[in-house]
Design a protein around this ligand. Structure first.
Ligand code: AOF
Ligand code: ZN
Length: 351
């Protein structure tokens, strides 16, 4: 294995670790780190929650706990994000890295936070540490796509989830089960919820389906640090949401927000990010609200499930000639099976 492949191999592990923080770290990004000495991992960690230590410090603490502190000066620290360099809620990671005398630091993404962006490499090099940037950069950037948008546009990242029949309908005959997709797909949706800070839907969906919108049976275990996502219900008239709806009566009812008469979705997303630290939200709505978000160019990512069912039905008021001025296209979409359902996922670009 050459040096480049070795770097990629360790960075991949750091990325896997970072992923454990998905949905937990807002308003911070998820970050993972591993410390490698002579092809052995001697410490690893990830950022678990805003206010708690960063990935690098957790990896260092893990190395110390394992009695490896003496090996640090001959080790490489791999981290998915450029280390921070000024004091925020926690002291700068560059300081800890220098203090422990690492030989080399390898990182993936540049930190989109203007307070840290592009600063660490110089500081570390001045302390005599070798620095390599951009290893698995695309993968590392993908991990923090919501955080990057939060930094650049000051709003929440929106993942639209839809479930359709093969002939493109989102509902089925009322005599049948309300679900088009199978268990595996639905359990993946719970995992998606666990990776977001909020789930959003429209008053109509609440009136018709009375959903819980909670994380109940995720496909992957969820950290005990994870709270239920906020449930945001958009409606023209708050009084029209039945008082006995699950979202308003269950044990998480204080996590439900009803937002009335939204006229500017961008402003709503800005407020959700700045006031409630909602870095990303899952839009689980019917066709009408979905279309509003698409028209406003505010769907950032699409997760579409296709059930192997042909309903022959229609969706009132959604189909017809009302096309988007700028179509939403998925960039390099991926496809994955969940039971018999296929899931197509990708970031959205409007063109
Ligand atoms: C890192 N490693 O694991 C993370 C970083 O308020 P603080 O001190 O927690 O700093 C938050 C900022 O630090 C955050 O906006 C982002 O720029 C960076 N996140 N940096 O070196 C980490 N999570
Ligand atoms: Zn840091």
């Amino acid at each position: 294995m050459n040096a480049e492949d070795r770097d990629a191999r360790w960075m991949k592990l750091a990325i896997e670790l970072a992923g454990k923080g998905l949905g937990l770290t807002s308003p911070n990004p998820c970050v993972g780190a591993v410390i490698v000495h002579k092809d052995q991992i001697i410490g690893s960690g990830f950022h678990e929650k805003a206010g708690l230590p960063h990935a690098e410090r957790n990896a260092i603490a893990d190395g110390i706990a394992k009695g490896n502190v003496g090996l640090f000066p001959d080790s490489t620290l791999y981290v998915t994000l450029e280390p921070c360099s000024t004091t925020g809620k926690t002291p700068p990671c560059t300081e800890a890295i220098i203090k422990h005398g690492f030989k080399r630091v390898v990182y993936g993404s540049e930190d989109p936070n203007p307070g840290h962006k592009g600063i660490a490499a110089e500081i570390l090099k001045n302390a005599g540490i070798k620095v390599t940037r951009g290893v698995l950069e695309k993968e590392c950037d993908f991990l923090i796509r919501a955080f990057r948008l939060n930094m650049m546009e000051g709003r929440s990242w929106v993942i639209a989830k839809s479930a359709m029949s093969l002939d493109g309908h989102i509902s089925r005959s009322p005599e049948r089960s309300q679900w088009l997709t199978g268990k595996a797909a639905r359990s993946f949706v719970h995992t998606l919820r666990s990776e977001c800070e909020a789930v959003m839907t429209g008053g109509n969906t609440v009136r018709m389906d009375n959903p819980s919108l909670t994380i109940r049976n995720p496909e992957k275990p969820v950290s005990p640090l994870k709270e239920q996502p906020w449930r945001i219900i958009l409606t023209r008239n708050a009084a029209s949401i039945p008082k006995n709806s699950i979202c308003l009566t269950d044990e998480f009812r204080d996590r439900t927000l009803i937002v009335e008469n939204v006229s500017n979705y961008l402003e709503l997303l800005q407020n959700l990010y700045t006031e409630r630290k909602i870095s990303s939200l899952l839009l689980e709505s019917g066709g009408v609200l979905m279309k509003e978000f698409l028209k406003a160019g505010l769907v950032d990512e699409w997760v579409g499930f296709y059930a192997p069912v042909i309903t022959g039905g229609g969706v009132d008021g959604v189909e017809g000639g009302d096309f988007l001025e700028r179509e939403a296209h998925l960039v390099k979409p991926s496809a994955k099976m969940f039971g018999d359902d296929v899931c197509i996922r990708g970031e959205v670009r409007y063109q």
